[in-house]
Design a protein around this ligand. Structure first.
Ligand code: DAH
Length: 347
């Protein structure tokens, strides 16, 4: 009997080690310790063992049972580990660079923004920043855009409920509303209120309007704003700067054209068109790219600059529009979808 038990354990050890799947395991377990299994059969033979040998034999059977259980547990553990390893796939070294993903690329909007800032820095502009959550004062009132102006309509502007609080935005006056800035022109006011002229800033940033998204509209887009304040600034300076910027960004054959327009914060005001024959989206047409003008004396007076002494120009333009022209992109939605097939085209 003792020899049979030892042989049983030895055989179980080799058999169980060879198991690969759970069904195989269950079958082997039944064969060994199940109601009709080999150990059970041996236990049933206890009756035939001489009385004085029974305690020793009982002990031996118990030990065998324990040993078999250990072997079964080990076999099941090995199967579970193998299953997990198969699920996890090949082992990896997480400290190595991934073979599938190359270095990232800059977003096309980042590229255009940085290039514009570089071009403007070359002629003395510094980058200024302002908050995206604004008060009506910075976004409209200080820019000579009165309360009844259509731009302030809830149709066009995202307003926050009266209960909204923003610790990092300047305090609003009673009755005034917080909003998501509709243009980067608010940074003009913030910059002028910080100190006296001369001022020469470029301010790129996110802007928001209640537009329904389509190929050319997005409720969230980007603008780039410039403000120059000094003595004896003229429309000619403005035109020269715009010519310089667009020739630098888009190529020497780029031309700009002014069309009279109205903005509350500039007088005179213009819309700016550009044409660049080599650009696929422009060809020989004129494409509207932004707004500009000479800073309105009312705006100067509002920030405490003497309009008799100081003059200046300002302009603002959409960064998406620029990037679309530069790269020949025909749908604004590509910028926000984070599709790597799109993004990887811009190095
Ligand atoms: N803020 C205008 C817009 O969003 C663009 C603009 C027009 C900016 C005239 C200016 C400006 O600085 O002088 O459409």
């Amino acid at each position: 009997m003792q020899a049979t038990l030892t042989a049983l354990v030895a055989k179980a050890q080799t058999d169980l080690a060879a198991l690969k799947t759970r069904p195989e395991f269950e079958a082997a377990k039944a064969r060994l310790v199940g109601p009709h299994g080999e150990l059970t059969a041996l236990m049933k033979q206890m009756g035939t063992v001489a009385k004085e040998q029974r305690p020793a034999m009982g002990k031996l059977i118990n030990e065998t049972k324990t040993r078999l259980q250990e072997l079964l547990d080990a076999a099941l553990g090995a199967i579970a580990t193998a299953e997990l390893t198969a699920q996890l796939g090949p082992t990896i070294d997480p400290t190595l660079p991934s073979p599938d993903v190359g270095p990232g690329t800059y977003h096309p909007l980042t590229l255009v923004r940085e290039e514009m800032c570089r071009i403007l820095r070359k002629v003395g502009f510094t980058v200024a920043d302002g908050p995206e959550v604004e008060t009506e004062y910075y976004c409209f009132d200080a820019l000579n855009t009165p309360a009844d102006h259509p731009a302030r309509d809830v149709q066009d502007t995202f307003y926050f409920p009266d209960t909204a609080r923003f610790g990092n935005v300047s305090k609003k006056t009673p009755g005034e509303r917080y909003l998501l800035r509709t243009h980067t022109s608010s940074v003009q006011i913030r910059t002028m209120l910080k100190g006296p002229p001369p001022i020469r800033i470029v301010s790129p940033g996110r802007t928001y309007r209640r537009d329904t998204t389509d190929a050319t509209h997005s409720a969230n887009f980007h603008q780039l704003e410039c403000l120059y304040v000094d003595k004896n600034v003229t429309v000619r300076d403005l035109k020269a700067l715009l010519d310089y910027i667009f020739a630098s960004l888009l190529g020497k054959d780029t031309k700009t054209r002014f069309r009279p327009h109205y903005f509350g914060y500039t007088e005179p005001s213009f819309e700016v068109d550009l044409s660049a024959q080599h650009l696929p989206k422009v060809k020989k047409e004129w494409i509207e790219i932004g707004g500009c003008g000479m800073v309105d004396p009312t705006v100067f007076a509002g920030v405490g600059y003497d309009p008799e002494v100081w003059s200046g120009y300002a302009f603002g333009m959409g960064l998406e529009r620029l990037a679309m022209l530069l790269y020949g992109i025909d749908d604004i939605r590509y910028f926000y979808q984070n599709d790597l097939r799109f993004l990887k085209q811009f190095a």
